[in-house]
Design a protein around this ligand. Structure first.
Ligand SMILES: [Zn+2]
Length: 341
């Protein structure tokens, strides 16, 4: 089959096109003909060897995909050949306590399609039957391919971990990132007061359209000061920080006593000075989040396309995948970047 892959972890410039054997499925797996896959920032870290995960080489990347069922294992009963489906990338053992409690992203063997095993940047991808979900009606394959990691992480962060309440004030960094655009929409489902940031003024209107109430250009105003001003000194209940070292302490300063800080991703670095006195003095809870459980994905999928939508920034052709990653790294986009297969 035709595939995009890399055989050294040297970043997106090392991506090659070639023919690799199509995956073979077992009785409990499904083979999907990929129609589209979306980019995640995680791909860049893994491609560059900057992520503590063992990657088989040569490696087919791409964690989030949607396509058409090509072949079904004899024990899989919920989908048929020809169905339009989404492949959820989280893999786990299925029988440990964490898995049985529906916290499969905390399973000792948890990994992602596209990192720990071959991914979807190819004509075909395989996955266990329990990772195959019917594509909601009314979604294109491009939109469906953008949901997986991004929306599951957003749902897990706000709903399952931070326990968002009706009307909470929520600070979301980077409205234009895939994560930002998902977090704003999920927070809006709870009628939250959403304060978000952009680094370019052209993104302000798009952030408003998604449901953000206050948009701060972080290049023009300090976020901590802005949150103080907007909330009249009350500060925020939740801050979600996927930027890392550059913003973590600012995120802490945005929180009221008893506030919750969620962290995933660290595009600006993952080490920083931290005032512990500040954390315990304000009764702050810090939640580290890595993707989310299958159950979260199943739950939020039912909200598409009426209550949640994938913001697709752009769709690239298969052979232009490097340009797609260049766009991701340029930050000049809003939403998800998708590649057609
Ligand atoms: Zn397990």
């Amino acid at each position: 089959m035709k595939a995009l892959f890399y055989d050294e972890q040297k970043g997106h410039e090392g991506i090659k096109t070639g023919d690799l054997p199509a995956p073979e499925i077992t009785d409990t797996e499904v083979l999907v003909r990929v129609k589209a896959f979306s980019l995640n920032h995680l791909d860049v870290w893994v491609m560059g060897g900057n992520y503590p995960v063992k990657v088989p080489l040569p490696h087919i990347f791409g964690s989030d995909s949607a396509g058409i069922v090509e072949q079904v294992g004899s024990q899989v009963k919920h989908v048929n050949v020809g169905d339009g489906v989404i492949v959820f990338p989280g893999l786990s053992c299925g029988h440990c306590e964490k898995c049985l409690r529906g916290r499969d992203n905390e399973c000792n063997s948890f990994t992602l399609i596209g990192t720990g095993v071959d991914g979807a940047s190819a004509e075909f991808v395989k996955a266990p039957g329990i990772n195959i979900f019917k594509k909601p009606e009314g979604l294109t394959f491009e939109e469906a391919a953008g949901i997986g990691i991004t929306y599951t992480t957003a749902w897990n962060s706000l709903v399952l971990r931070a326990g968002i309440g009706q009307g909470d004030t929520v600070v979301v960094h980077g409205a234009s990132s895939g994560a930002g655009s998902a977090l704003i929409q999920v927070a809006k489902l709870f009628h939250g007061k959403i304060i978000t940031t952009v680094g370019d003024d052209w993104k302000i209107e798009k952030a408003h359209e998604l449901g953000a109430d206050f948009i701060v250009n972080h290049k023009k105003e300090d976020l901590g000061q802005a949150v103080k001003r907007i909330t009249k000194g009350e500060l925020a209940d939740i801050a979600v920080d996927h930027v890392g070292a550059a913003t973590f302490n600012t995120s802490l300063s945005c929180l009221k006593r008893g506030g919750r800080l969620v962290t995933f991703g660290a595009t600006t670095g993952d080490e920083l000075p931290l005032s512990l006195r500040y954390v315990f003095g304000k009764n702050i809870t810090i939640h580290g989040v890595y993707v989310g459980p299958r159950a979260a994905f199943a739950r939020l999928l039912g909200l598409f396309p009426k209550h949640l939508r994938t913001v697709v920034d752009s769709v690239f052709e298969f052979q232009d995948v490097r340009k797609a990653y260049e766009k991701l790294l340029s930050r000049q986009f809003f939403g998800k970047i998708v590649v057609k297969v």
